[in-house]
Design a protein around this ligand. Structure first.
Ligand code: NAP
Length: 485
C-alpha cells in the first residue's frame, strides 16, 4: 500500500525549496489510527525553522506578487490537475494517517482540488473600483493587493481540504505561505509541498514546517513579516492565536469549533431527514466541525425518528478505512475514545437511553460503535460541548420557538440543519437560527462556491465563495490629484 503513496510521503520540512530536517534532528512519530503502528516520522521543528520559512516566504513574495493573475491561475489549474491525477495515492495516504474510509478520502481529495480550481478562477476577478470623485480635478481608485506572507495552521480531521481552502485563495491573491499541518496527520499537508514543487510554483512560495505547535505558533504570531494567520482547529487554540497575534496586528481568519443542531419537525419527510442525519452525524466518524452534535425532534415523530436512526446506525460498516465497503473508520486516538465514553456516561447518568451502540467496537483500538442516545436533555454535556465522535443524542421538543431557542443555546454558531415541509416555517426557522451556515432539508452543504464559516465563537471570516479570497487582500485607496480639469 505504501508503495503508491511513498512518492508523496515526505518526512521533512519544505523551506525555501529544500526538504530539510529539524535543526535539533528531533522527530515526531506518526501512527496509523487503524493499526496503532508507526508509519514514519516528521521533523520536530521550532521557532528557528519557522523563522527561516517566514523569511523565505517574504523573499519569494517580492517576485510572486508581481506575477499576473493569469499566470497564478494557470499554476493553480495545474495544481488542481496534479491533485486529481494522484487522487488515489493522496487518498490512501490520508486514510493511512487519519483513518477515514477510502471513499471519504477520495472525496476529500476531490473537494480539495475543487477549491483550488475555484480560487484559480476567482483570482482573475479581484476587481477594484473607480469611485465618482467629489473633486473636479482628482480621481479616486480603490485597488486590491495581496497581504503578503500568510501562515496557515490546519487540523487533523481534514488535512487536505482545510489546507486547500487556505492555500487556494492565498496563492491566487499573490500571497506566499508558511504552513503548519497537524502533528497527527502531517503527510497529507507535506504532500502539498511535493505537488506545488512538481507543478512549478517557485521556491519559497509554499513552505511547510512540522513540529512543536506552541513554538511554531508563537513565532508565527510574533513575526511582523507574517501579515495574516488563517487557522482551522479548536476554539481554545483559536482564542490563543487571536490574542498572541494582536502584538503585531495581523489579519486573522478563524474556523473553529461547532455544536451543530439538527431539527426535525412533525411536518418533515422523515426518511429524507434520516438520510441527512446519517451524513451530518457519522461522516469522518463524527469528527467534523459541522457534524451534528444535537438532534432536536418534535414530539409527534420522535419515536419513529429514534427507531429509524438507531436502525440505520446499526447498519454502518465499521472497520479499517482501507477495507472495501467500510463506512466508519477508527477515531483519531485513545483520547478521542475516552472523551466519547465520558459523554455517554454523563448522558446515561442523567436519564439518557442508549438505543444503538454505546461502547468500544469489537475491533478494539480506537474503533467505536455508532451510538444513538434517546431522551437526551439540556443538562447533559453534549448540550454545550463538541462530541467529535459517532454519538447521536436525540432531544424531544414541542414547539418551533422551543426548538430554535434550544438550538441557539450555545456559544458556537457554525453549521445547523433542519427539516420541514412547511415553507413559512422554513423561513422563520432559517432566520431565527444564529449560525453561519444552514442546511434546509439537506445534511451536507459544503461546496467551494459557497462561503463556509461560523459566527459567535465558531470563528471569523469565510472560506470559499467569492468572499474566500477577500481576507488575503488589502484594500488600497488611491487619490490622484492635480489633473488640470
Ligand atoms: P487543535 O488542537 O486546535 O489543533 C489544530 C492545529 O493547531 C494543529 O495543527 C495543532 O498542532 C495546532 N496547534 C495546537 N496548539 C497550538 C498553539 N498553541 N499554537 C499554534 N498552533 C497550535 O484542533 P484539532 O483537535 O486538530 O481539530 C479539531 C477542532 O477543529 C474541532 O474543534 C473542530 O470543530 C475544529 N474544526 C473546525 C473547522 C471549521 O472549519 N470551523 C474545520 C475542521 C475542524 P498539533 O497537531 O501539532 O498539536
Amino acid at each position: 500500500m505504501l508503495q503508491k503513496t511513498s512518492h508523496f510521503m515526505r518526512q521533512a520540512n519544505l523551506i525555501d525549496g529544500e526538504w530539510v530536517q529539524a535543526d535539533s534532528g528531533r522527530t515526531i512519530d506518526v501512527t496509523n489510527p487503524a493499526t496503532g503502528l508507526k508509519i514514519g516520522t516528521v521533523p520536530k521543528s521550532g521557532a528557528a525553522e519557522t523563522r527561516r520559512a517566514i523569511e523565505a516566504a517574504e523573499t519569494a513574495f517580492q517576485s510572486w506578487r508581481k506575477t499576473s493573475a493569469l499566470e497564478r491561475s494557470k499554476l493553480l489549474r495545474k495544481l488542481h490537475d496534479a491533485i486529481m491525477d494522484n487522487q488515489d495515492a493522496l487518498a490512501e495516504l490520508l486514510t493511512i494517517e487519519q483513518g477515514k474510509s477510502l471513499f471519504e478520502s477520495r472525496g476529500e481529495v476531490a473537494s480539495s482540488a475543487a477549491y483550488i480550481l475555484w480560487f484559480a478562477e476567482e483570482g482573475r476577478r479581484v476587481y477594484g473600483d473607480v469611485v465618482p470623485s467629489p473633486w473636479a480635478d482628482r480621481r479616486i481608485l480603490v485597488t486590491k493587493e495581496p497581504v503578503g506572507v500568510i501562515a496557515a495552521i490546519t487540523p487533523w480531521n481534514f488535512p487536505n481540504s482545510m489546507l486547500a481552502r487556505k492555500l487556494g485563495p492565498a496563492l491566487a491573491a499573490g500571497c506566499t505561505a508558511v504552513v503548519k499541518p497537524a502533528s497527527q496527520t502531517p503527510y497529507s499537508g507535506l504532500a502539498w509541498g511535493a505537488l506545488c514543487e512538481e507543478v512549478g510554483f517557485p521556491k519559497g512560495v509554499v513552505n511547510i514546517v512540522t513540529g512543536s505547535a506552541g513554538e511554531i505558533g508563537d513565532e508565527i504570531c510574533a513575526n511582523p513579516l507574517v501579515r495574516k494567520i488563517t487557522f482551522t482547529g479548536s476554539t481554545e487554540i483559536g482564542k490563543i492565536l487571536i490574542q498572541k497575534s494582536a502584538s503585531t496586528v495581523k489579519k486573522v481568519s478563524m474556523e473553529l469549533g461547532g455544536n451543530a443542531p439538527f431539527l426535525v419537525f412533525d411536518d418533515a419527510d422523515i426518511d429524507r431527514a434520516i438520510e441527512g442525519a446519517m451524513t451530518a452525524k457519522y461522516r469522518n466518524s463524527g469528527q467534523t466541525c459541522v457534524c451534528t452534535n444535537r438532534f432536536f425532534v418534535q414530539a409527534g415523530i420522535y419515536d419513529e425518528f429514534v427507531e429509524k436512526l438507531a436502525a440505520a446506525s446499526n447498519k454502518l460498516k465499521v472497520g479499517s478505512g482501507l477495507d472495501e465497503g467500510v463506512q466508519q473508520g477508527p477515531l483519531i486516538d485513545e483520547n478521542a475514545v475516552e472523551k466519547v465514553e465520558e459523554f455517554i456516561a454523563d448522558a446515561t447518568a442523567k436519564g439518557g437511553k442508549v438505543v444503538a451502540g454505546g461502547k468500544r467496537h469489537a475491533l478494539g483500538g480506537s474503533f467505536f460503535e455508532p451510538t444513538v442516545i434517546a431522551d437526551a436533555s439540556p443538562k447533559m454535556k453534549f448540550m454545550k460541548e463538541e462530541i467529535f465522535g459517532p454519538v447521536a443524542p436525540v432531544f424531544r421538543f414541542e414547539t418551533e420557538e422551543e426548538a430554535v431557542s434550544l438550538a441557539n443555546d450555545t456559544e458556537f454558531g457554525l453549521a445547523c440543519y433542519f427539516y420541514t415541509g412547511n415553507l413559512g416555517r422554513a423561513f422563520r426557522v432559517m432566520e431565527g437560527l444564529k449560525y453561519g451556515m444552514v442546511g434546509v432539508n439537506e445534511g451536507l452543504i459544503t461546496t467551494p462556491e459557497a462561503p463556509f464559516g461560523g459566527v459567535k465563537e465558531s470563528g471569523l471570516g469565510k472560506e470559499g465563495g467569492h468572499q474566500g479570497i477577500e481576507d488575503y487582500l488589502d484594500t488600497k485607496y488611491v487619490c490622484i490629484g492635480g489633473l488640470g480639469f
